[in-house]
Design a protein around this ligand. Structure first.
Ligand code: PEP
Ligand code: MN
Length: 337
């Protein structure tokens, strides 16, 4: 249920409603919106609950939350959530751009990429230290050494660091170095990991599983929100289809759909979404046209010799051109990059 408080409801009345919901065996979540304060009551609903809550002092109305994902639903929060982490803001008028290599490979590679991305207007640095690879024989990432290099690149450029955490037991370690915890596509339904990042004091970038439905993605986000972390960015990174001309199929209707259903900001990953460098600039611009709040792009100083995903990575020049293209589309829509 959503308890919508009256515009002039006092802090005491909101607090009273929180206690009332708790005493009814439900979990209260207070959301302070621009227009109104609402208290979401999450949990098993007994008969007559609506009437019971309606009797509260300062209550304007009580509405059911129709979506199965309660806290992620736009029903309880009409304004898009802005997720902030250092230099990165996603969900506001300016589109956040997270750029960098697929994997952290060396100090030289990372620093050069971070500087080039920053110069071209990126607002955060990406780079995998723990890499989920299809083959156990592929490069698995530099692990803590990679995290240290990411932190050093942040010190050198001021860019917030976005990096993947693959396992529950690594959450504290990764959070020590990273500004944003990335949950990768393969882990979207690793519920213990979702709960662990939900308890961490860092925003989360949650990537869509290649075979996950929108509802599954939103329910995965719900795990993180329910564990107490309100800062979740959703990421469309392409899905598995019968099509083989691209690595994955990048469905951009997702952006519009998610904006209708959730207040969480939406990021698009045209690098993994297409799997081919030549498709990335236009699909990045198309993502902006579809209303994406953020982009995550793979950039490498020497894609041909990259240890992972070189075939979908942009060179520095290509990244700059992609930023120009995105900027023009964003400006046409009254946004900026
Ligand atoms: C990545 O961002 O490098 C990555 C592994 O992405 P995904 O989880 O979407 O495959
Ligand atoms: Mn990659």
């Amino acid at each position: 249920m959503i308890v919508v408080m009256k515009k002039n409801a006092t802090t005491e009345q909101v607090e009273h409603m929180v206690q009332r919901i708790t005493s009814l065996g439900m979990k209260p979540h207070v959301l302070y919106g621009v227009e109104r304060t609402v208290v979401a009551a999450i949990g098993p609903e007994r008969d007559g609950l609506k009437e019971t809550l309606e009797a509260g002092v300062g209550v304007a109305e009580v509405l059911p939350i129709l979506a199965p994902y309660k806290m992620a639903s736009r029903e309880i929060k009409p304004e898009t959530t802005v997720v902030r982490a250092g230099s990165l803001a996603v969900g506001g008028n300016r589109i956040g751009v997270i750029a960098g290599p697929c994997s952290v490979e060396s100090e030289e590679q990372l620093l050069a990429t971070a500087k080039a991305c920053k110069a071209a207007g990126a607002t955060a640095l990406r780079g995998g230290a723990f890499k989920p690879r299809t083959s156990p024989y592929s490069f698995q990432g530099l692990k803590e050494e990679g995290l240290k290099l990411l932190a050093a690149a942040r010190d050198a450029t001021g860019l917030a660091v976005v990096t993947e955490v693959m396992a529950t037991e690594d959450v504290d370690l990764v959070a020590r170095y990273a500004d944003v915890l990335q949950v990768g596509a393969r882990n979207m339904q690793n519920y213990r990991l979702l709960e662990a990042v939900g308890k961490a004091d860092r925003p989360v970038l949650l990537k869509r599983g290649p075979c996950a439905t929108m509802e599954e993605l939103l329910l995965a986000a719900e795990y993180i929100l329910d564990a107490g972390n309100p800062d979740v960015m959703l990421c469309e990174r392409g899905i598995r289809t019968f099509e083989s001309h691209t690595r994955f199929t990048l469905p951009l209707a997702t952006v519009v759909y998610l904006h209708a259903k959730t207040h969480l900001p939406v990021v698009v990953d045209p690098s993994h979404g297409t799997g081919h460098t030549y498709l990335v600039p236009q699909m990045a611009a198309a993502s902006v046209a579809a209303g994406a709040d953020g982009l995550i792009l793979e950039v490498h100083p020497d894609p041909e010799n990259a240890l992972s995903d070189g075939y979908q990575s942009l060179t520095f020049d290509q990244f700059e051109q992609t930023m120009d293209l995105c900027r023009r589309v964003a400006e046409a829509l009254g946004r900026s990059v």
